[in-house]
Design a protein around this ligand. Structure first.
Ligand code: GLU
Length: 446
């Protein structure tokens, strides 16, 4: 790891916070990007901003106990990592997935701080979740789990303290159950969660925001290099709401969506997915909660166990599934297939080695911190809507989303080095977010 000006061993400090590999890779990535910024700024060095920023304000871990449909007692872990509130209330999603560990959440919470800073909205960073697996559970089981989770979480959150939202495994259904329980326990209806169903104070356009924002960011990168997304072939991974709405906006802008995937495999479309197929898929995935292997979308080819990256030719790739789903060989396969623009809809889907391949090959790379920030930015709109006791129109919410994404793009460009005419958005995003956080840390004193 490149050294960041500090008085002791950064590597040991990272291990002391959390010895996991994901958290370490997130910190190392940022350390590499911002070391020059710190070296040039005495105030950052004196205030020890890098070390202070890598240690979370607090880590909350709790037991979640609930009863399954057979009457058996189930036990899971629950976490909330409140990383920093220097720019606003802790803000970030809850992830329910069997792979969730404290390491996953440390890495996501750290990334979230930079992403939230880039949005220009007054939000700090946090993340939470559980190793609970919603897959195969009945609605009643999910409800009982969410209620049990909130039975502990409610005492740690508040509209100006910590405002959780959804992430993998947590959508409108789960947020509705969590908020319902919060309202019963506290008698507050203060909008403490975002991504709420509309009747509970949700924001029109929030469901689409992350996917739409990712496409808007890809468009901005293309526009900046004198090109456009129209007519481009776009590979997408995932089939959750980020992937589905990225597909929707890409198609609206005249692109051809040639792949989608889930954890069982991928589907490809030789000529691009049609509007009817997308509508069917949204219903199949979001309402029926089906698996792609069982989807009968006419004209789609199913590839069991396969990731999308080597299946078809494409110009643009939008990894929208999960962390580290694009490894070095996947990146090389994408480039062989013609990909010259990558925008991350998921949080850190590309490994450090994959990013190096993109860098070597001159691929325009939009990191998740910037490219998927539309979701959390819209969550902040939802907070404003709730705090002002008003209802935003969908048009207003999507207009604001577009301007936030354009602004993030500008911040990245302003802070990024350019190599052979290719803007290094990864470094630009890290530096842009870091400077906002570091200035606030310096301003608040010790
Ligand atoms: N989970 C989303 C993210 O990774 C959204 C967080 C939020 O809306 O607070 O940014």
């Amino acid at each position: 790891m490149k050294t960041v000006a500090c008085s002791y061993d950064l590597s040991a400090l990272i291990d002391a916070v959390n010895p996991g590999a994901l958290y370490r890779s997130a910190i190392e990535e940022v350390a590499e990007s911002v070391s020059a910024v710190i070296e040039a700024n005495k105030a950052y060095q004196r205030a020890r901003v890098f070390e202070r920023l890598l240690i979370p304000d607090r880590v909350i871990r709790f037991r979640v106990e609930w009863v399954n449909d057979q009457g058996g007692v189930e036990v899971n872990f629950g976490w909330r990592i409140e990383h920093t509130n220097v720019l606003g209330p802790y803000k970030g999603g809850l992830r329910f997935h069997p792979s969730v560990t404290e390491d996953t959440l440390h890495f996501l919470a750290y990334e979230q701080c930079f992403k939230n800073a880039l949005t220009g909205q007054p939000i700090g960073g946090g993340k939470g979740g559980s190793n609970f697996d919603p897959k195969g559970k009945s609605d009643n089981e999910v409800m009982r789990f969410c209620q049990a989770f909130m039975r502990e979480l409610y005492r740690h959150i508040g509209p100006s303290v910590d405002v959780p939202a959804g992430d993998i495994g947590v959508g409108g259904r789960e947020i509705g159950f969590l908020y319902g329980q919060y309202m019963k326990i506290t008698k507050e209806r203060d909008g403490v969660l975002t991504g709420k169903p509309l009747g509970l104070g949700g924001l029109l356009g929030r469901t689409q925001a992350t996917g739409y924002g990712t496409v808007a960011f890809a468009q901005a990168m293309l526009r900046h290099s004198g090109d456009s997304i129209e007519g481009k072939r776009v590979m997408i991974s995932g089939s959750g709401n980020v992937a589905l709405y990225a597909a929707e906006l890409a198609m609206e802008k005249g692109a051809h969506v040639v792949t989608m995937s889930d954890s069982g495999g991928s589907i490809s479309f030789d000529k691009g997915m049609t509007r009817e197929q997308l509508e069917e898929l949204i219903e199949f995935k979001e309402v029926q909660r089906g698996r792609l292997k069982d989807w009968s979308g006419a004209g789609a080819n199913y590839h069991p166990e396969a990731r999308p990256w080597s299946l078809v030719d494409a110009d643009v790739a939008l990894p929208c599934a999960t962390q580290h789903e694009v490894e070095r060989d996947d990146a090389a396969a994408m480039v062989d297939r013609g990909v010259c623009v990558v925008a991350e809809g998921a949080n850190m889907p590309c490994t450090h080695q994959a990013r190096s391949v993109f860098h070597e090959k001159g691929v325009l790379f939009g990191p998740g911190k910037a490219a998927n920030a539309g979701g959390v930015a819209s969550s902040c709109f939802e907070m404003s809507q709730n705090a002002s006791h008003s209802t935003w129109t969908k048009e207003h919410s999507l207009d604001r989303l577009t301007s936030v994404m354009m602004d993030i793009h500008e911040q990245c460009v302003a802070n990024a080095p350019t190599t052979n005419g290719v803007v290094d958005y990864g470094v630009g995003a890290d530096r842009g977010g870091f400077i906002k956080l570091a200035d606030a840390i310096v301003a608040m004193g010790v």
